[in-house]
Design a protein around this ligand. Structure first.
Ligand code: NAP
Length: 414
């Protein structure tokens, strides 16, 4: 495909999909969006580390061919729009990319670029691993007990954007229908929102979560829902989740109910993953008090939004929490924090979130050795108390360094 502003690297090769799986050449074209605000600082720093780790792990046999694509302010300057069509075309063609944070004006302006990206490309699973790294400041007494991977549904729930403003003709029409034909009762002048949760949307998310648990030897998958109150949406999510486990993964899973009955009596049969569910509000307490009871988590959109930031806060905050949005094959990895505009261009912030999202990306394309090299070097660097300002202010005796200096320290530790 011909692009207007995107330069496809000549030395790179396309990732392809054959027989239902991703095929990654030795010089794959990977896409990146610098992002707004602090985006360029953390992107440049992280890219140096990703490249150095790949070089270290594969001695020049493998190398990423980076192609810059555009969204946000840089896109607006180049194309006169914040979200050019060819950015989407490039992701459809090359499958895998990583992005820095993008500005979303509050209350009006354009809709969130992040939400648009997920919806346009049907990146239905927002996957966020949350674990503690030694020496990273945490408010918990035993942060090492936190090691979960949250699969948040990305396309449904109240996030689907089906909302009608109070006072509009659409709102009044819907209110009349709900009252007169469905017998619903609610206050006059209420804004109305619809919360669709489907078997299709739930099952493809849960399928991904269980498959991940199998592929990565995880112990359990927990459905987090509010099904006690919202029975036909959140409750249905839970039921459909169990259906996927029973119908598609019977050889690999056991439900918590079955586990505590004869003949198992609480002993997990070898090779089985425990499938269980928890109501969302108690889950927040449990993730603080007994986080080691949880492993892979699958949850609808809004629960997942709250839960992933809350759990990230237990182990160092969104400054180091990685994230990704994954569809059937396409995947966009991303920093989970925003653009932190007051620090833009100061070479100051923590690149950890984007850096570790890049580790997820390397894992996703099967370059696990490079990802592991980065994790080890990252742990060593923080152990040496070489950190950016955000960690330095919470650590005794830390050496505060700039974003780029932190990258150099990690590279030295590779
Ligand atoms: P934010 O940019 O995440 O910044 C909030 C605070 O978090 C910062 O002031 C800073 O705390 C800390 N922080 C964020 N990134 C950090 C990093 N890499 N290292 C260290 N500390 C970091 O949130 P916001 O101010 O609410 O949002 C700003 C803009 O970003 C908005 O336009 C919002 O819509 C957008 N946003 C984009 C995304 C995305 O693209 N995925 C996500 C969230 C928000 P201190 O002030 O304490 O140092």
């Amino acid at each position: 495909m011909a692009y207007d502003k995107i330069v496809v690297p000549q030395n790179g090769e396309r990732i392809t999909v054959r027989e239902g799986s991703l095929h990654v050449p030795d010089h794959p074209i990977l896409l990146y969006v610098e992002g707004d605000g602090i985006g360029p600082d953390i992107t440049h720093a992280s890219m140096r580390i990703w490249d150095a780790a790949v070089q270290k792990a594969y001695g020049g046999q493998r190398k990423v061919a980076w192609a810059e694509i555009y969204a946000g302010e840089k896109a607006n300057a180049l194309y006169g729009t914040y979200f050019p069509d060819e950015t989407l075309d490039a992701i459809r063609e090359f499958y895998v990319g990583i992005k820095g944070p993008l500005t979303t004006p509050v209350g009006g302006g354009f809709r969130s670029l992040n939400v648009a990206l997920r919806q346009e490309l049907d990146l239905y699973a927002c996957v966020r691993p949350v674990r503690w790294f030694p020496n990273v400041p945490s408010p918990l007494r035993a942060p090492e007990k936190v090691d979960v991977v949250i699969f948040r549904e990305n396309t449904e729930d109240v996030y689907a954007g089906i909302e009608y403003m109070a006072g509009t003709p659409e709102n009044e029409k819907l209110a009349r229908f709900l009252r007169e034909e469905m017998g619903a009762r609610f206050f006059e002048g209420a804004g109305l929102g619809i919360k669709p949760i489907s078997a299709f949307g739930t099952k493809r998310l849960v399928r991904k979560a269980i498959q991940y648990a199998i592929d990565n030897q995880r112990k359990s998958v927990t459905f987090v829902h509010k099904g006690n109150i919202q029975k036909f949406t959140e409750g249905a999510f839970r039921n459909w989740g169990y259906e996927v486990a029973a119908q598609e993964f019977a050889d690999f899973t056991i439900t918590e109910d079955a586990l505590w009955k004869e003949p198992h009596n609480g002993r997990v049969p070898p090779g089985k993953i425990v499938v269980k569910d928890r109501i969302a509000d108690i889950m927040f307490q449990m993730m603080l008090l007994r986080p080691d009871e949880f492993d892979v988590i699958a949850t609808p959109n809004l629960n997942g939004d709250y839960l992933s930031d809350a759990v990230a806060a237990e182990v160092g905050g969104v400054g180091i929490a990685p994230g990704s949005n994954i569809g059937d094959y396409m995947a966009v990895f991303e920093a989970t924090h925003g653009t932190a505009p007051k620090y833009a261009g100061l070479d100051k912030v923590n690149p950890g979130s984007l850096l570790l999202s890049g580790v997820m990306m390397l894992d996703y394309i099967g370059w696990k050795e490079a990802g592991k090299a980065i994790i080890d070097a990252y742990i060593r660097t923080v152990e040496q108390k070489i950190v950016t300002y955000d960690f330095a202010r919470q650590m005794q005796g830390a050496t505060e360094v700039k974003t780029s200096e932190f990258a150099s320290a990690v590279i030295a530790n590779l």
